[in-house]
Design a protein around this ligand. Sequence first.
Ligand code: ZN
Length: 487
Amino acid sequence: MEVCGYFGGTNESAKTDDRKEFQRMLTFVKKKKIANIIVYSTDRFSRAGESAIHTLAKIRRIGINLVAVTQPADTQTSTGRFYQNLNLLFSKYDNDQRRDKTITGMRHRLLNGYWMGTAPIGYKNTRDEKNIPIIVPSDKASLIRKAFEWKANEDLSNAEIAKRLEKYGLKIYRQRLTDVFRNVVYCGLISHSLLNDQVVEGKHKPIVSKALFLKVHGIQEAKNHKSKHNKANENLPLKVFTKCEACKSPLTGYLVKKKNIYYYKCKTVGCSCNKNANDLHDKFTDILNLYQIDEKLIAPLKTQLKYTFEYFNTSNEDNIARLKYSLKGIEENINKIEERFVIGEIDGGLYQKYAKKYKGEKEGIEQEIQKNSLDSSNLDIYIDNSLELLCNLHNIWRLGNYNEKQKFQKLMFPDGITYDRKKDVVRTTKANSVFELMRSLSISFNKNKSGQKNKNVNLSAPVIATGFEPVTVCLEGRCSIQLSYAT
Ligand SMILES: [Zn+2]
């Protein structure tokens, strides 16, 4: 054979195929009329596994052979090509195994209390008497301790601490100081992503005491909490949740200090949509009252709801069985296409195309199955909780704190509410379908005073199955409720 060029010899890892030498070689063989790429073994060609098979298939198509000297294979036959592909997969497997071993080793070291990698500021890397790598306090350690003390005793901001440290000759960004104050390594502990949430006692010398570290950490936590707290103004729970009807932008809030009254206001410049906060809260609770149910209705509603959900569930069992059958078919197709790709019957492009198509279909069906399943074991708890909630709607909202209010609002009206300044009306577009169902049942119970078992089961079940239409509740002088389905 005539040799046209030599490639490699650098220290590039064959784990991925974006190696410079590898790419240079590929470009070279595609330009010149090359018949063979000769390697010592397939893992010298690539250890990228599946993607290497893909690359190899491409160069085979333009008539180039991969010759692995220590793993001879007749690549003119399908068996020979399969063997070579298999070797490529094994190279990747071998690589993965090595990686697993490394991780086990690293974890072991961490569990024994040894820091991994470059020493954090205030420490330096060295070796102990048994020649094991370890970190020891550096000449900057005393300054780091000072920083902790300033933080704990004087509650200085990180920017001020950074300034002071610079005067002492240590330049550090304040963002990095935040990391320093959070790193348990300074009080003699080890924490690492490989240890998950476990924290171990380190072999290194602490720079600060655990008490000092906790004191600083307490200050940091309080700071984080405070800034969040400011955003969550207890007086403006409907902020952002309410949108301006005219321009659809979310409402923010402000305080008129003279009167000590809060207002909601549209963000858009020039849009004059604003509203006294207490008034808007009243309008919102008026809407909640529409969903309030009488305590006397709890027992009958519970029975009725169980019927309804169970009816809904049985009509879905057929659906689920059908979906599972199609899912099986798609999984078989995925397996088939993989097989054909591995043995070289189809190329990478075609494989990608079909694999993507099938996987998309698979996801769609899985979601559909999820949607159609109802966890009946939780049904009782679910119904009880919802009914209890429905008896106390506006109290729950009035008495909750900011976060509880927000959660509750979102649960009731996932799309939020809108405020129409011109008509001074609050509108809801879509209510939680479960609440909507309970309300419709409660209305029909009130109508049906005869106490006979009604036929709601048959009426309501199709309602859920086809999904609820958006319900518009409009609060103007008189209250009109438009329900888009029969109760
Ligand atoms: Zn507006």
